[in-house]
Design a protein around this ligand. Sequence first.
Ligand code: XMP
Length: 510
Amino acid sequence: MGKQNQKVLVLDFGGQYKQLIARRVREWGVYSSIEPGNLPAEKIREIAPIGIILTGGPNSVYSDEAPRCDPMLFRLGIPILGICYGMQLMCHTLGGEVIPSKIREYGQTVIEVDNSSPLFEGLSPSEIALMSHTDRVSRLPEGFERIAESKDCEFAAIQNKDKRLYGVQFHPEVELTLSGKKVIYNFLYNICGAKGDYSMKDFIEKQIEEIRKQVGDEEKVLLALSGGVDSSVCAALLSKAIPNRLICIFVDHGLMRKNEGDQIEAVFSKRDLVFVRVNAEDRFLERLKGVTDPEQKRKIIGSEFIKVFEEEAKKFGKIKFLAQGTIYPDVIESGVNSANIKSHHNVGGLPEDMDFKELVEPLRSLFKDEVREVGRELGLPESIVNRQPFPGPGLAIRCIGEVTKEKLDILREADAIFREEVEKSGEKVQQYFAILTGLRSVGVMGDGRTYDYTIALRAVNTTDFMTCEYAKLPHELLAKVSSRITNEVKGVNRIVYDITGKPPATIEWE
Ligand code: XMP
């Protein structure tokens, strides 16, 4: 990062949206970093941010555990936006009153806003905002005035224009607040005097500096490259930071889609890194012989993967650093232990008992679309940057029943046709693929009877992959795919389209 980048500090009071706030600031071209809520004012003065955002948090200002800020914070002359708990803390600290309440105001709410405030410039007098709070401000500190209210919240937003202190009870960082992005923009550009001098290029430069600082001038770094967006972008970034000291091990388990292994090799063997492709298809198929249970398949593939990876890694001697393409949503997910519906296997989740001293995770603070942007900036092709999610166990969990080379080859061909046609059609679908159902059925081809496999097509729309709807693809498109697959792929005589959402189904069939 160029040293001259303007900065906004996001002071963290335990709110679930802190990374989202930081991201919104970045989106508007301003560098932001998240710091603990109680960061001393002196320290803040040294950092010299152009603005400060106080996050929400689960506490009440009256509770003993409630995180506090340095009261001098409000005297620094730096513009501040307090969000939810952040606004209550500001009021409480500056002599206003916050009243505890047992009832939570939650959900999208109509707020009446005073759009003559610089915070609300360009907003309509009536807006929709996400409220999520129990306590609320009941009396303003001196010098403050109301700039928004809702039916149940007298002070939905406040300002002290002279001191450039602002507070919003709602959450401008989430999409459910329809003009939220504009509110953040207004804070940055109308109030903090942002210039918009930060871009993904700066992010890349800053990460490169940090990687070099962490790894030093000598050490090597190991990465399990799956060809997915995250590990690929991570590899591209590291190869720039420490050219030729990154060792990428790509375990080709033979469960990839058509031509995928070769594509990955073509992209990464050209970069400044050591690229090792391990062709382990036979090994994986051998271990999967006779196995039909989905969980069993996943476990076998996961453990075999680690074995192969370890064997290859050993050939390079002792390596101190392991890089992982962990991104921010992974950080949240791993914090929550949801019911084990499927044991997801990710090459990122490697291997706990290996002898590494340190992890290198340069993408930890980014959301998926930001990772894609970094990838583009680093010159990775769209086929990688826009790759749809692909499960670690690969086609093994799209091949119902026993996995064999013959079945995988049929599935690869059918899947390639489906993907090609969806891409050509321009339909917007988040994830789409074919499944080789274990089912065989009777058909007729020419004058002869056939007894061949049924291919299922799955296409879903989703925002978070936790739930999904099946995509309503046009019948013409489905008909074309059906006719192409049955004509071009030997061993298939029937195509069905999966019309279930999640729940009750899952996206993958196994
Ligand atoms: P399900 O089938 O659980 O899938 O609805 C949700 C999303 O996760 C992907 N998926 C996986 N990704 N390792 C992964 O990295 C796995 O083992 C795995 N299983 C499912 C799936 O493709 C979908 O996007």
